[in-house]
Design a protein around this ligand. Sequence first.
Ligand code: NDP
Ligand code: HSE
Length: 430
Amino acid sequence: MKTLRVGLLGCGQVGSGFFSLLTAKKRFFETEIGVSFELAGVAVRSRKKKRPVRIPPSLFTEAESLVRDPSVDVVVELIGGTIEAKSLVLDALRQGKHVVTANKALLAEHGDEVFELAHQMNRAVCFEASVGGGIPVIKALREGLVGNQIDAIHSIINGTSNYILTAMSEKKIDFKQALSEAQAKGYAEADPTLDIEGIDAAHKLAVLARFAFGGRVHFPDIYCEGISRIRGEDIAFAEEFGYRIKLLAIAKLGADGLEARVQPALLPEKHILANVNRSFNAVMLHGDEVGDVLFYGRGAGARPTASAVISDLVDIAKQPGRFSATTAPMRAIRKNLVIKSISSIQSRYYLRFHVVDRPGVLAKIAQVLGGHKISISDVIQKERSAGSIVPLILLTHHAHEKNVRQAITRIDRLNGVRGKSQVLRIEGDA
Ligand code: NDP
Ligand code: HSE
């Protein structure tokens, strides 16, 4: 039987789930999988903190000494963030340890350094849990889809945002309450801004795109919008038109570069991704041989994420020769992928204005849109109450992003238009 000594950094949401799984299924791993996992130590910030799992006090140790413990084979990094985590992961690799991490921020922002060092040290950096929680999408790319060139990713990869959007739609609760619920369920990052501003999804897209397309993706080049400016009225109006709002992470490889963006978008209600709800994630990949493939499952939470962490550990224990297969696509970089500017895309759009209900306002808006070659496909003005402020919603035919941005800047300055207009892209139309 193969024995693997594991050093655990972090015992929060995911770390507790991992500890629990490792403890509860110890015998199963030994008898069914042929691997004995031994926990060498657990490092946390505060040893006194109340946790959902009972860690024997003798296991607590300092993070720095754990990564240097000669008996440790693999360091499991579940502390998050990019400063201490980076230094600990690099130190662990220098000490000749393998690393398993759920830290997409670290890999998106410092992947070059981490994977380069892993290569030099001939050690694995495994990161299944970093994208899509419990969905084994990294393994699928590495193994099941190895005969394909991937050219497109359409995904919902932030559980917190998806939970919030679903709760706002189904339970009609407001954004703040929905976020609190997602935090209570353990889905959100320590800093939830990362979730609601799309940054966590952009981190995951950087990791996924780099792995799927075999090129270096510079995280800051990924266009990123979050859901914090989505109002209940946007969700309701979108539904009236037959759409649902989802935070999408999209990457498409073309001859002129990579389109890589994270943004809330309207999807037709029958679209498969429109029906991914709550903390569930889905990743749709397009391969040149296989066509579309969809991966669906829980994208956040202690147990699903722990499931992904364990799968990496089993891979390391069972197939040491696979290290290069795990890390190679992350470093055998064919080229820097040029990420196209967001202003070069074309899309249909949902536009929501707050206007004074008086004659001529719609005509002025339509004139500005027409002047920017933007053609209107649908209009709703719900309430009618002369002189008061009412929402006006327009859907457009395909238009250039650049033109839409210029038009909106002009419309927001029109007399009769109040506040900042809402602009959302419409994806997935036939
Ligand atoms: P938590 O904030 O719940 O847990 C972080 C843990 O790290 C805590 O136990 C904390 O200690 C410990 N810690 C922080 N800094 C240090 C340090 N310098 N030395 C030792 N221990 C430290 O985070 P999560 O479990 O939610 O997330 C962990 C990682 O997993 C992140 O990278 C996150 O992005 C990723 N992830 C999270 C998912 C989720 O659903 N939550 C899903 C997929 C990935 P203490 O408990 O004492 O405060
Ligand atoms: N905060 C992340 C999310 C955790 O909500 O998706 C999973 O990576």
